[in-house]
Design a protein around this ligand. Structure first.
Ligand code: IFM
Length: 452
């Protein structure tokens, strides 16, 4: 059977999406706290003020993870909770929360995987220019050092940034994510360059401050491309489409991968963005290209792509009634196998699926349970494709289901439920869904239950 013996089965969540306690124990505001106060910015005027109240209920949450045999939990640290102004004065109570959480996880036999930045950028630093300011890379390094000094006696798995494409594109170009800006392309690319520099400085800071050997990764979003047929021409077309930088936004791959893994911006993107490309100071690319230990990748939907005459590619429209999630994202399980394959072929780093999951219109049924058969079916299909990639020789070290619990889905507020555990927001009551028990069995059998 395919999943290696030491395969890591995990779940994931992120600070602003679950913690709540937005103004407690000395936490500073983040850009998301700010955006949530802007009329019309978030569906139904929802905010992360309380979210799932994980800040207070973390012990109960860890007990649920333990009950379902989850081996690893991917959490993120809230930068303004530990450094209220982003730099300078640290907040002891904020750091103590992550001590408690990490200790509880370890005591439950669950390995913490810590992401340093999952979008809750300190508001005070936004007022100083945010990612547009070159100093942002140094601010991030200061924060990374603080967290590493505090947690690395217990934490051995680190990720720097989650989905830079999404917070730079959504937050700085489209304005639907925090900080809600709609900047010119040259400014968007400048913010992107600085966040890439922050990644590099973050890796350096973790390595310098870690109290024991550790593994460091990066967790970009993916924009998977799946070939329309088994033909080699379509496969290569999908690969070219996956790595192409050819649209007037930054929701692409190579722009975010080539500097990190190869120390250069992709040539097609550099030509495509023309006068808008960022100023690259001497030494920047060396800083960005730090050796990392694994390639974290978040995988959800995909485009279907076919070859066109002359070596081109084009998207194939989804047919009428094609299966979709509650978010309306097309369900394309082959996204797993092709994305893992393309990333490994090009960068030769072990892969960890740092996010994968589905939003469903879950409800509590008359029997008090949540029968989320669509989530089970989705996850089974995606995991089988992951298995196919492993069979094909791609070293895949782990899988983190997004998400452990329903949570604040950014501009969509609480409408989209991604959890294995249902959260009744008015009361905070947790109800593990059928998928949680199913996933527990997948973990217990190291994947054999996918075929049961
Ligand atoms: O909820 C988000 C997460 O914060 C980042 N990746 C995608 C998820 C689902 O949209």
């Amino acid at each position: 059977m395919t999943f290696p013996k030491n395969f890591v089965w995990g779940t994931a969540a992120a600070s602003y999406q679950i913690e709540g306690a937005a103004r407690e124990d000395g936490k500073g505001p983040s850009v998301w706290d700010m955006l949530c106060r802007k009329p019309g910015a978030i569906l139904n005027g929802d905010t992360g003020d309380v979210a799932t109240d994980h800040y207070h209920r973390y012990a109960e949450d860890v007990a649920i993870l333990k009950r379902f045999g989850v081996q690893a939990y991917r959490l993120s640290v809230s930068w303004p909770r530990v450094l209220p102004a982003g730099v300078g004065q640290k907040n002891e109570k904020g750091l103590a929360f992550y001590d408690r959480l990490v200790d509880a996880l370890l005591e439950a036999g669950i390995t913490p995987w810590v992401t340093l930045f999952h979008w809750d950028f300190p508001l005070e630093l936004y007022y100083r220019g945010g990612w547009l300011n070159r100093d942002s890379a140094e601010w991030f390094a200061e924060y990374a050092t603080l967290v590493t000094e505090r947690l690395s006696d217990r934490v051995k798995h680190w990720m720097t940034l989650n989905e830079p494409q999404v917070y730079i594109n959504g937050g700085h170009l489209e304005g639907r994510h925090a900080p809600g800006d709609q900047l010119a392309m040259h400014e968007v690319l400048r913010a992107g360059h600085n966040t890439l520099r922050a990644h590099g400085r973050g890796v350096q800071a973790i390595r310098a401050a870690a109290k024991q050997p550790c593994r460091i990764g990066y967790a970009p979003a993916s924009h998977p491309k799946v070939p329309a047929s088994d033909s080699p021409a379509d496969l290569e077309a999908a690969r070219r489409a996956f790595f192409a930088t050819n649209q007037k936004n930054v929701a692409t791959m190579s722009w975010w991968l080539e500097p990190v893994f190869n120390g250069k911006y992709p040539e097609d993107g550099w030509a495509f963005f023309g006068a808008d490309v960022p100023h690259v100071a001497q030494g920047d690319l060396e800083v960005i290209k730090q050796p990392v230990d694994f390639f974290g990748i978040n995988i959800y939907s995909a485009d279907i792509v076919r070859a066109t005459p002359g070596g081109g590619f084009e998207k194939v429209p989804f047919g009428v009634g094609y299966p979709r999630t509650a978010f309306d994202w097309p369900i394309v399980p082959e996204a797993m196998s092709t994305t893992a394959r393309f990333c490994y072929d090009r960068y030769k780093l072990p892969i960890v699926v740092t996010e994968n999951g589905i939003s469903c219109r879950d409800t509590i049924a008359a029997d008090g349970k949540v029968h989320d058969t669509q989530r089970i079916d989705f996850t089974r299909r995606y995991l089988r494709e992951l298995e196919r990639a492993i069979d094909g020789g791609v070293p895949i070290e782990g899988y983190f289901h997004w998400s452990f619990i329903d949570n604040f889905e950014w501009a969509e507020g609480y409408k989209q439920r991604f959890g294995l555990v249902y959260c009744d927001y008015p009361t905070g009551k947790r109800t593990p869904k059928d998928s949680a028990a199913w996933y527990a069995e997948v973990i217990r059998t190291n994947g054999a239950a996918l075929h049961g």
